[in-house]
Design a protein around this ligand. Structure first.
Ligand SMILES: Cc1ncc(COP(=O)(O)O)c(C=O)c1O
Length: 373
């Protein structure tokens, strides 16, 4: 069986976790490994970054920081994971769904039509570790804050600037399906320095505990609303090994991705489909390799063909404006590209520990299917 994903396994994760337990005696949040991970992320991104329990929680923190509430609207792509919309809907705000381009990133012409005085924020998702034209998006939004859902975008950049550093704040994921992970985990990056203190309170149950730990105040107390969003040092220990190995992990993903691209672009295009990719201004992170077929029937046939050969090739997402919850907010209009990707996109297995034989089997079986179409 070739699964769609296997969590990265370097072999060093367990000893780091043992160090957290046995040497540091600190496994709750805010310990030495958490600090080390934050320092590495801050080095990469150049911005204050808080380690949190998931990307979903980082997005919830963004909604709290922006004081989003009932009566507000936020623009969000329909073609995304539920958390992008849910984190803001949870505060009582209304999602307004924008369509995406053929490669799954925000359609800026549509965003322009949707912006209005009730728009409290625009959420941009960097699908597959690519992005829309971030410069144009920021210009279009003017004073309306842009929040980046960079769940899939660590180590990717637009015009040489890391994704996750454009918006007022950004959310990353370290879920096991991401390029690096720790089971469940995430990070919130803050470009606006005025948000840092509040973000730390919100992460730590509404307390100024971090200031207490840093010797800035002599006791800690309740100072704001908040919840429990800090990542445990056990998870941070696991994550630290993968952050340190990021260049090696990225290099292997790139090898697999390039082999897929080289072998499959021509036969996919010959059958009227295409491979999801970023514009030349993007340096991608090979987060996922996705094919968009000409029709849903081709996709269904492909998934069944691969399944017959024990290879798992899942699709995603159900466009949010068509989901049972999304329909409650949406006006019923069609968002044609999101709907087309919902019906025609499929993802190929791609993970760090994939063997060359597995990679070649995926390529061979895909070519076999395309030849027979
Ligand atoms: C675009 C996007 N946003 C948010 C998330 C949620 O991430 P997490 O599982 O870390 O909460 C994901 C995870 O798959 C995602 O792909």
């Amino acid at each position: 069986m070739i699964p769609f994903n296997k969590p990265v396994h370097l072999g060093t994760e367990l000893s780091a976790m043992a160090e957290a337990i046995l040497k540091n005696g600190h496994v709750a949040g805010g310990g030495p490994f958490g600090k080390r991970c934050e320092a590495m992320l801050e080095q990469m991104l150049g911005l204050r970054t808080l380690l949190v329990t998931s990307c979903t929680h980082a997005l919830e923190m963004a909604a709290l920081l922006l004081e989003v509430g009932p009566g507000d609207e936020f623009i969000v792509p329909s073609y995304t994971f539920v958390s992008t919309a849910n984190a803001f809907a949870l505060r009582g705000a209304k999602p307004v769904f924008a369509d995406v381009d053929a490669h799954g990133n925000l359609d800026l012409a549509h965003v322009e039509k949707l912006l209005n005085p009730r728009t409290k924020a625009v959420l941009v998702v960097h699908y597959a570790g690519n992005s829309c034209d971030m410069e144009a998006l920021l210009k279009l939004c003017g004073d309306v804050p842009v929040v980046e859902d960079a769940a899939q975008a660590l180590a990717a950049s637009f015009d040489g600037k890391p994704l996750g550093t454009f918006g007022v704040c950004s959310a990353f994921s370290f879920h096991e399906t991401k390029n690096i992970g720790c089971g469940e985990g995430g990070a919130l990056t803050l470009r606006d320095p005025n948000l840092i203190d509040r973000a730390e309170y919100i992460r730590d149950k509404g307390t100024n505990r971090r200031k207490f730990q840093n010797g800035i105040v002599d006791k800690y107390t309740w100072v704001d609303i908040g919840s429990s969003y800090v990542l445990s040092d056990l998870n941070a220990a696991y994550l630290s090994t993968q952050l340190e190995a990021l260049p090696r992990i990225q290099a292997r993903r790139k090898q697999i991705y390039s082999a897929y691209e080289e072998a499959l672009t021509e036969p996919v295009e010959r059958m009227g489909g295409y491979i999801v990719k970023g514009s030349p201004r993007i340096s991608g992170n090979q987060h996922l390799f996705a094919i968009v077929f000409r029709s849903p029937e081709h996709r269904t046939g492909y998934i069944a063909h691969m399944r017959k050969h024990d290879i798992i090739t899942p699709f995603h997402y159900v466009a949010l404006h068509q989901s049972p919850m999304g329909q409650k907010f949406h006006d019923g209009s069609s968002l044609p590209v999101s709907e087309r990707l919902t019906g025609c996109l499929v993802r190929l297995p791609l993970y760090f520990n994939m063997t060359d034989a597995e990679r070649d089997e995926v390529i061979g079986r895909t070519q076999e299917f395309l030849r027979a179409l």
